[in-house]
Design a protein around this ligand. Structure first.
Ligand code: NAD
Ligand code: DAU
Length: 365
C-alpha cells in the first residue's frame, strides 16, 4: 500500500493546528530540516493562523481532514511516505468532555485506532532498515493516572491507569490501543504522558489563557471549588523538546512521563496572573485584578492533584524542563497581551456559546 518500500525524511503530524501541535511544528522547523505534513480537521481548537509564518516554507504541507477517515490517512501515507507519525489530534478539554463526550470517544479512541491501523499497513510494506527506523509517537496525558492525594508520590510510568473524566478515559483507551499495536504486531510505538502545558497559541477555554483575557477585560475569574486543586505546569516548548528527544532516541514500546517540576494550586496560578496583568496594564486607582476572583461551583469529578515523576526521560534521554514556571507564565501573559488579533480571531460565536454554556449557570460559592 505504500507503493514501494522506501520512506522520505518527512514526519506526519496530526492535530498540528492546535496548541501543542503548532508549537511543535514551529520549533521542529527551527531545529531540523525534516519536512512536516500536518493532518488537521480544523475543529474549533485548530487554527491555521498559528502556522501562518510557514505559508511559503517548502518544508511544510497542510492537509485538512479527519483522522477517522482511513482512505485519507492511507492516501497521505502513500503520497508523503513519512519516517514517523507524531499524533497530537484529539478533543482535549475536560469540561467539554463532561458536557458532550461523544466527540471524545470518536476522535480520541476511534481516530487513534484508524491511524494505528493505517500506520501498521504502511509500516508493514516498508523495507528492513526503514521498517526498523519507523516510529509512531502517541501524545497522551497524565490524566490517565487519575487523581493524587496531597502526600502521594508523583505519577511514574508504572502507575496504574485510573482515568476519571470522559476525556481521560478516552485518552486511556487510545494509550491501550497504541500499546496493543506494538505488542501484537511490533509497530514501533512510543507513548508520552505529560502534564498541563501552557504557552503561546493555547485556546482560551483552558485555565491560563482564560484567566489572562478575563483579567485584562475586567471580567470575573471563575475558580472552580476551593481553588486548591493542584496541576503540574509544563512550558509548551519544553514539551516539544521532550517529544523530539523521544522520537529520536526513545525505545520503541516504551512510555515516557513528561512534567515541568512545577506543581501549583490553581488559586496561586490565578493570583500570579492577576499580578502580572496588573504590572503590564495597571488599572485606574491601582485596583488589583485579584478582586475579580470568584469561587464557583466545581467541575464534576474534579481531579484533586496531578504530579509527574519525569525521572525516566531524564535518566534515559537526558531531557529536563528548562523553563521555570514564573518566567514561562510571564512570557505567556505577555504573549496574550501582544497578540490581540490572534485572540480576536479565535473568540468566535462558537467560543462565546461555549463560555455561556460552561459558566452562565455555575453558582458562585
Ligand atoms: P488542542 O485541542 O489545542 O488541539 C487539537 C487539534 O486536533 C486541533 O488542531 C484540532 O483541529 C485537531 N483535531 C481534533 N479532532 C480531529 C480529528 N478528528 N482529525 C484531525 N484533527 C483533529 O489540543 P492540545 O492542547 O494541543 O493537545 C494536543 C495533544 O496533547 C492531545 O492529544 C492532548 O490530549 C495531549 N495533551 C495536552 C495537554 C495540554 O495541557 N494541552 C497535556 C497533556 C496531553
Ligand atoms: O494534565 C494534562 C491535561 O491538562 C491535558 O490532558 C488536557 O488536555 C488539558 O486541558 C489540561 O486539563 P485540565 O483540566 O487540568 O486543564 P484546564 O486548563 O481545563 O484546568 C486546569 C485547572 O484549572 C483544573 O483544576 C480546573 C481549573 N479551572 C479550569 C477552568 C477552565 C478553573 O478553576 N476554572 C476554569 O474556568
Amino acid at each position: 500500500m505504500a507503493g514501494g518500500s522506501t520512506t522520505r525524511d518527512t514526519v506526519l503530524v496530526t492535530g498540528g493546528a492546535g496548541f501543542i501541535g503548532s508549537n511543535f511544528i514551529l520549533t521542529w522547523l527551527q531545529s531540523t530540516s525534516s519536512p512536516i505534513v500536518n493532518l488537521d480537521l480544523l475543529t474549533y481548537a485548530g487554527n491555521p493562523a498559528n502556522l501562518a509564518s510557514l505559508e511559503h516554507d517548502p518544508r511544510y504541507a497542510f492537509a485538512r481532514g479527519d483522522i477517522c477517515d482511513p482512505q485519507l490517512v492511507a492516501a497521505l501515507l502513500r503520497e508523503h511516505r513519512p519516517r514517523a507519525i507524531v499524533h497530537f489530534a484529539a478533543e482535549s478539554h475536560v469540561d467539554r468532555s463532561i458536557v458532550a463526550p461523544d466527540a471524545f470517544i470518536r476522535t480520541n479512541i476511534h481516530g487513534t485506532f484508524v491511524l494505528l491501523e493505517q500506520a501498521k499497513l504502511y509500516w508493514s510494506s516498508l523495507s528492513g532498515p526503514e521498517r526498523a527506523a519507523f516510529r509512531f509517537l502517541h501524545v497522551s496525558t497524565d490524566e490517565v493516572y487519575g487523581s493524587l492525594g496531597a502526600g502521594d508520590p508523583a505519577f511514574c510510568e508504572t502507575t496504574p491507569y485510573a482515568p476519571n473524566s470522559p476525556y481521560a478515559a478516552s485518552k486511556a483507551g487510545s494509550d491501550h490501543l497504541a500499546r496493543a499495536y506494538c505488542h501484537t504486531w511490533g509497530l514501533p510505538v512510543l507513548t508520552t504522558n505529560c502534564s498541563n502545558n501552557y504557552g503561546p497559541f493555547q485556546f482560551p477555554e483552558k485555565l491560563i489563557p482564560l484567566m489572562v483575557l478575563n483579567a485584562l477585560e475586567g471580567k470575573p475569574l471563575p475558580v472552580y471549588g476551593d481553588g486548591k486543586n493542584v496541576r503540574d505546569w509544563l512550558f509548551v516548548e519544553d514539551h516539544c523538546a521532550a517529544i523530539r528527544a523521544v522520537l529520536e532516541r526513545g525505545q520503541p514500546g516504551a512510555t515516557y512521563n513528561i512534567g515541568g517540576n512545577s506543581e501549583r494550586a490553581n488559586i496561586d496560578v490565578v493570583t500570579a496572573i492577576c499580578d502580572l496583568v496588573d504590572e503590564f496594564c495597571p488599572r485606574p486607582a491601582a485596583a488589583s485584578r485579584r478582586n475579580l476572583i470568584a469561587f464557583v461551583e466545581d467541575r464534576l469529578g474534579h481531579d484533586r492533584r496531578y504530579a509527574i515523576d519525569a525521572g525516566k526521560i531524564t535518566r534515559e534521554l537526558g531531557w529536563t524542563p528548562a523553563q521555570p514556571f514564573e518566567d514561562g507564565l510571564r512570557k505567556t501573559v505577555r504573549w496574550y497581551l501582544d497578540n490581540a488579533t490572534w485572540v480576536a480571531s479565535v473568540r468566535t460565536g462558537a467560543y462565546r456559546d461555549w463560555i455561556a454554556k460552561n459558566y452562565a449557570d455555575r453558582l458562585t460559592l
